[in-house]
Write a protein that binds this ligand. Structure first.
Ligand SMILES: *[C@@H]1O[C@H](CO)[C@@H](O)[C@H](O)[C@H]1NC(C)=O
Ligand SMILES: *[C@@H]1O[C@H](CO)[C@@H](O)[C@H](O)[C@H]1NC(C)=O
Length: 369
């Protein structure tokens, strides 16, 4: 072979490798596991006797089927959009969905349950919800079910290569410490001590997740909790965000990042990736127009001041165009806002993602897998 032809072939090999690296994650998407609260619940609570549910209209009004699914969104939620981004053709089903059997198990599973927190005593008013320790037990049970199909070693590989998302913590403030004046936790702890306690309990849960085989875990912080329409309606004194909940978010989020960095150092690998959801949401709260929203203070669906009181039901006010609202209901972002958040998770700078964004992580993994 002449020099010219051989370098011609080399070019094709390099080109082929580049194509393979781009296509591989699409052709054979990794599994995806989701843990946490209503921000990521895709319908587990539909199967439970609980008041924390989103299985009635107008939830799901912009979902492909135009029907409620249990997602706390007008359409897609953050796990749906991440699943899209990593090349899955279907997002993982809720773990309690009876259709989660056979081949569908290999896509992953969503263990999240609206109303839960880091602590067991968070969300007790919702009665029957899947608390964090139970979500992790279900993850273990899931692995046994997959082992029955592909054996122990392949199951471990599937779990090790999977992407994991965990979103929890907000309810430990709004549905525990600040749920009622003089709550048990607020009498037990000052806010800074409560935050320290939450972080130390969260660390244990994440360590358990690691021991169960998770190796790539996206961990979101809380949003700017004091600025959601519900808090603007209930606590705001001057039309601005609730100062107390903003103080809680400001204490909690940086300590969460530090804890994750500590875990990564201890493990010796970047297992835990922090997503600064506080900053991401703050961006469209401070300048909604820049993101195509007409407002970030009024929920699309609700009643009372800011549409921030009570639940979103068929009797609520409902905005005609959901894409113009940062908040779908008094607590949860619209699909449009979720898309912006996932965009930042994918390609945000280190101001948003620590130590790296998801596209960098996916590129790294396509080299090593
Ligand atoms: C939560 O409850 C479970 C089951 O009762 C228990 O095993 C676990 O230790 C509890 N977690 C905390 C932080 O108390
Ligand atoms: C994040 O992702 C984008 C797009 O893939 C990339 O160009 C950028 O350099 C990344 N940013 C950081 C800080 O890693």
């Amino acid at each position: 072979m002449s020099m010219a032809t051989s370098s011609y072939f080399n070019c094709w090999i390099i080109f082929g490798l580049a194509v393979a690296m781009i296509v591989a994650p699409l052709a054979e998407a990794r599994a995806f596991f989701v843990f946490g609260d209503s921000l990521v619940d895709s319908g587990n609570n539909n199967y439970l006797a609980t008041t924390a549910r989103a299985d009635a209209p107008p939830y799901g009004i912009d979902y492909p089927t135009r029907r409620p699914t249990g997602r706390f969104s007008n359409g897609l939620n953050i796990p749906d959009i991440i699943s899209e981004q990593i090349g899955q053709s279907q997002p993982p089903l809720p773990y309690l969905n009876p259709e989660l059997t056979g081949q569908k198990l290999f896509v992953g599973a969503n263990f999240a349950s609206a109303g839960i927190g880091i602590l067991n005593d968070t969300g007790i008013q919702f009665i029957n919800i899947i608390r964090m320790f139970r979500q992790l037990e279900y993850f273990e049970e899931y692995q046994h079910r997959v082992q029955a199909f592909i054996g122990e070693q392949k199951t471990r590989q599937l779990v090790n290569k999977a992407l994991v998302l965990i979103t929890v913590g907000g309810n430990d403030f709004v549905n525990n410490y600040y749920l009622v004046p003089f709550s048990a936790r607020s009498r037990q702890f000052s806010l800074p001590d409560y935050v320290k306690y939450l972080i130390s309990e969260y660390r244990k849960l994440l360590m358990r997740l690691y021991k169960l085989g998770a190796r790539r875990v996206l961990v979101t912080g809380t949003g700017p909790m004091g600025c959601v329409p519900a808090e603007l309606a209930m606590r705001s004194t001057n039309g601005g965000c609730s100062a107390e909940l903003q103080r809680a978010a400001a204490l909690y989020n940086p300590q969460l990042v530090q804890m994750l960095q500590g875990l990564n150092r201890e493990i010796g690998k970047n297992v835990f990736i922090a997503a600064n959801t506080q900053q991401m949401h703050m961006d469209f709260i401070s300048d909604p127009q820049a993101y195509g929203f007409t407002t970030s203070k009024i929920a699309c669906c609700g009643q009372g001041p800011n549409n921030g009181l009570g639940l979103c039901t068929v009797l609520s006010n409902l905005c005609p165009d959901r894409d113009h609202y940062a908040f779908w209901d008094p607590f949860h972002p619209s699909e449009k806002a979720n898309r912006i958040t996932v965009q930042q998770i994918m390609s945000g700078s280190t101001q948003y993602m620590t130590p790296m964004n998801l596209s960098t992580l996916l590129a790294l993994d396509s080299f090593t897998n």
